[in-house]
Design a protein around this ligand. Structure first.
Ligand code: MN
Length: 308
């Protein structure tokens, strides 16, 4: 992130009084580069929709060819006030952090890093790896009472799998069809990966108190009167009791939902804060102190923070 964004609370839409297509908004992604040479599509935050529940950041990275050179390399950098949630679609990424965790993330697995008051980490292609890498990375804003908690890390290789009508649903976060994800979050949230083997129709029950968004990462689909393809997020608002997704072909689709986040947050670089003053303090802590600890074993320099 190179600019600051202020999130207004309750920036969501009540769909009770709108038609199906009207109350869904297609939000095009912005393209950017991550680290040294990996194209990403940034789906959140979006100017028209900063967050979905506590989900405040959604990058779809790759697919990238990492068969040559050193692959993906994102040097040590700090985080505060959030959880990073990395969902591997193809290939491998090696995570190292200032708590001493060193964890390879593989297809179908999740790394959850809780920054709390502060942590630093690096992400790189491991030496032994597949030729391509593709992942989704999400940030989850921590609510006021949790955002200064001690940092933590957990790896999840066995998420609940739900078979429905030619699709495999992986329950990333929250509850669905009587299953509960083991991934610990601190706000009411849901996250689902829907992978289909071909064209099919999937009906998913929704919580009317949550706002939702759906994005096709590979393939193509239709939902709520909109055609969906990679590079856009369909914001669905609140007050829905179900969603029907029609995949046109083999597809990988992400559904995110959550209770509209009641707090105003400030997202700057890798920090989630509440004020400019706080961001200034985090930058100073990163530049001048060991508040964020040390990432051992990464062959490269820590990332410098931008000027505020
Ligand atoms: Mn990071």
């Amino acid at each position: 992130m190179s600019s600051s964004m202020t999130m207004t609370p309750k920036e969501y839409r009540d769909c009770t009084h709108h038609s199906e297509a009207q109350c869904a908004t297609l939000l095009p992604a912005r393209e950017a580069m991550l680290g040294e040479g990996m194209k990403i599509r940034r789906l959140l935050p979006h100017r028209q929709q900063r967050m979905i529940g506590a989900w405040c950041f959604f990058d779809h990275a790759g697919p990238a060819d990492v068969s040559q050179g050193r692959g993906v390399r994102v040097g040590p950098h700090p985080h505060t006030g959030l959880q990073t949630f990395s969902w591997m679609m193809d290939g491998e990424i090696l995570h190292r952090d200032s708590l001493g965790y060193k964890q390879v993330l593989r297809k179908g697995e999740v790394n959850l890093m809780t920054a709390g008051r502060g942590i630093s980490h690096s992400e790189e292609s491991p030496e032994e790896r597949s030729d391509t890498v593709q992942l989704a990375q999400f940030w989850i804003a921590l609510p006021e009472e949790k955002r200064h908690m001690p940092p933590a890390f957990s790896h999840h290789a066995d998420l609940p799998l739900i078979e429905k009508n030619g699709a495999t649903l992986t329950l990333l976060v929250g509850e669905l069809f009587g299953h509960t994800s083991p991934v610990e979050v601190h706000s009411p949230l849901v996250g689902v990966d829907i992978t289909t083997a071909g064209a099919t129709q999937i009906d998913i029950p929704l919580n009317p108190g949550f706002e939702y968004g759906v994005a096709v990462l590979t393939g193509g689909a239709e939902a709520s009167g909109h055609a969906l393809s990679p590079g856009a997020l369909l914001y669905l608002g609140t007050h829905r009791s179900s969603i029907t997704i029609n995949a046109n072909e083999a597809s990988q689709i992400i559904l995110l939902g959550g209770e509209p986040f009641a707090e105003k947050i400030m997202l700057y670089w890798n920090f989630v804060a509440r004020s400019t003053q706080e961001v200034r303090e985090y930058i100073k802590l990163w530049r001048e102190t060991d508040h964020f600890g040390t990432v051992e074993g990464y062959d490269g320099e820590p990332l410098p923070s931008p000027e505020l």
